[in-house]
Write a protein that binds this ligand. Structure first.
Ligand code: HEM
Length: 509
């Protein structure tokens, strides 16, 4: 028995001394304030889902520049506009790296994709390609027909279902998440490969590929992001957490086969049309084949566009619609704006978006309250730097808690209320306090496309249909877990076609 006490006492003294040593060391090194931590695992036990909420309460206690250890990795969390400005102005280059993650090493071609690769010539090259070729204003203009068609197909499916279920008259209950995901996925895939993979109209002969692709993408999303062994690498040799690493390898192989199939098909189509001067490159894969990129880089870029561009837009529309269903007055004002600017004879087009400032305010307000990437995407410091007067050593992971800043009562009046009018006349003057697309060199290059997709889809949903909550209950706005911050429950609402939109618009789709 005595023996046990000696053991307990010496272990506790050791931990206490270690704690004092670490405290003294961090004071000397002028690191940002930090809660007490445990040896080896650091603060990992403090980090509960949803992570942005946990980090917000830690920042409330320790300040807007906070340091943590996630196992062997040092992390600095930034949660104030002033500190964010410092990160993305004077420190922007130093903080433009991304930390290496196991999932990206295995599933994203050894972290060579635009979102996962280190800052440097390879990233710059992919970024230039994306900005000038794939998401340039010219390319976006030429792919407008794809987005219009996908939004029309969504309108058609809702109209047909509402008409069939309600016998043409009343409201019918519809589930929106799967429809919005399908629309966003089809938009990106058609821009990337020229093909439609989900929904009623799948391009002929592709049903089997489409269903395999659907499976792989679902698993891909599930396994993406951080993995326990990113922070405790010694454990990687000993345990494969819930078989995750094996599953990642399997998903990587299966997705590679499908993506290679897409490239080969486009390559042979291009060969067949050589000499016949058929249409110049149209899809993203075409552009990249013409640019001489390797197949692995092209496959990685297809995945990047899908991961970054589908769920983010679909989630934004779902949150915005949920907020609108809960705020019928805002919905009414948005509909009046649409009726005034567009009329009742046609759907809104992308050229109409600038005539819809109130719709834009609604989107900004939904992105403020529910940013799809609440912690943006992690950065890593390439050199020692200073943030908020503290040292940030080289190799530190930087997390920007956009969610916390966008709901901070010191930054926004009545921050948890949905008030689109607060954005009235502010234009782009929200810098560093509204940052759903990130900041600096690695800011989201898809913001222009996302704004178009979200605006078009929301405009159609408001213009063509009436919406009500199911059984007098407000739509539940709790957050769920996932790569992008999803609503915990998929949005279900009561939907009815607007009489005035049926004859000239909905019945013609
Ligand atoms: C509402 C929709 C979207 C939101 C909220 C969003 C948000 C973000 C955020 C927060 C980042 C990290 C920025 C940073 O580190 O500062 C990011 C990066 C990125 N986004 Fe988006 N995004 C959206 C839509 C899209 C779309 C439609 C595409 C393209 C099809 C796209 C492509 C990318 C890419 C490639 C990156 C990585 C950029 C890099 O590391 O250089 N995103 N996005």
């Amino acid at each position: 028995m005595e023996y046990v006490w000696v053991y307990i006492l010496s272990a506790s003294s050791f931990l206490f001394l270690l704690f004092l040593f670490k405290l003294q060391r961090s004071n000397k090194r002028n690191l940002p304030p930090s809660p007490p931590s445990l040896p080896i695992i650091g603060h990992l036990l403090l980090i509960k889902e949803p992570v942005h909420r946990t980090l917000q309460s830690l920042s409330d206690h320790y300040g807007p520049v906070l340091s943590l250890s996630f196992g062997s990795r040092s992390v600095v969390v930034v949660s104030s506009p002033v500190a964010v400005e410092e990160c993305f102005t004077k420190n922007d280059i130093v903080l433009s790296n991304r930390p290496r993650m196991l999932s990206a090493d295995i599933m994203l071609y050894s972290s060579t994709t635009i979102g996962s690769t280190l800052y440097g010539p390879h990233w710059r090259n992919l970024r230039r390609l994306t900005a000038l070729e794939i998401l340039s204003p010219h390319r976006l203009a030429t792919s407008l027909a794809i987005r219009l068609e996908e939004v029309r197909l969504l309108a058609k499916s809702l109209y047909e279902e509402a008409a069939a279920m309600a016998g043409g008259g009343g409201f019918t209950r519809v589930e929106m998440r799967s429809r919005l995901q399908e629309m966003s996925f089809n938009i990106i895939m058609r821009m990337v490969s020229g093909k439609r993979y989900f929904g009623a109209i799948i391009d002929a002969g592709d049903e089997e590929v489409a269903s395999r692709f659907k499976e792989v993408i679902t698993e891909f999303f599930e396994l993406s992001g951080t993995d326990p062994s990113d922070f405790l690498p010694v454990l990687r040799k000993v345990v494969d957490f819930k078989g995750r690493e094996r599953r990642m390898v399997d998903v990587a192989k299966r997705s590679d086969v499908i993506l290679q199939g897409m490239i080969d098909e486009l390559r042979s189509r291009r060969k067949r049309s050589e000499g016949s001067r058929e249409v110049e490159s149209k899809t993203m894969i075409d552009s990249m084949l013409s640019g001489g990129y390797s197949d692995d880089i092209i496959k990685g870029h297809i995945l990047s566009m899908l991961i970054a561009g589908t769920d983010t837009s679909a989630t934004t529309i779902e949150w915005a619609m949920s907020l609108l269903v809960n705020h019928p007055n805002v919905m009414k004002k948005a509909r009046a704006e649409l009726d005034d600017a567009i009329g009742l004879d046609r759907l809104a087009d992308e050229t109409d978006i600038h005539k819809l400032p109130y719709l834009h305010n609604i989107i900004n307000e939904a992105l403020r309250l529910f940013p799809p990437a609440p912690l943006l995407l992690a950065r890593e410091s390439a050199e020692d730097c200073m943030v908020g007067g503290f040292n940030v050593p080289r190799g530190t992971i930087i997390l920007v808690n956009a969610w916390a800043i966008q709901r901070d009562p010191k930054v926004w009046d009545d921050p948890t209320s949905f008030k689109p009018d607060r954005h009235e006349g502010v234009g782009g003057d929200h810098a560093y306090r509204l940052l759903p697309f990130g900041m600096g060199r690695r800011r989201c290059p898809g913001a222009g496309l996302a704004n178009r997709v979200v605006s078009l889809a929301l405009a159609m949903l408001i213009q063509c249909f009436k919406w009500e909550q199911v059984e007098e209950e407000l739509v539940d706005l709790s957050e769920g877990m996932g790569l992008t911050m999803p609503k915990r429950e998929p949005l279900e609402a009561m939907c009815k076609a607007r009489e005035c939109m049926i004859a000239n618009v909905l019945a013609q789709l």
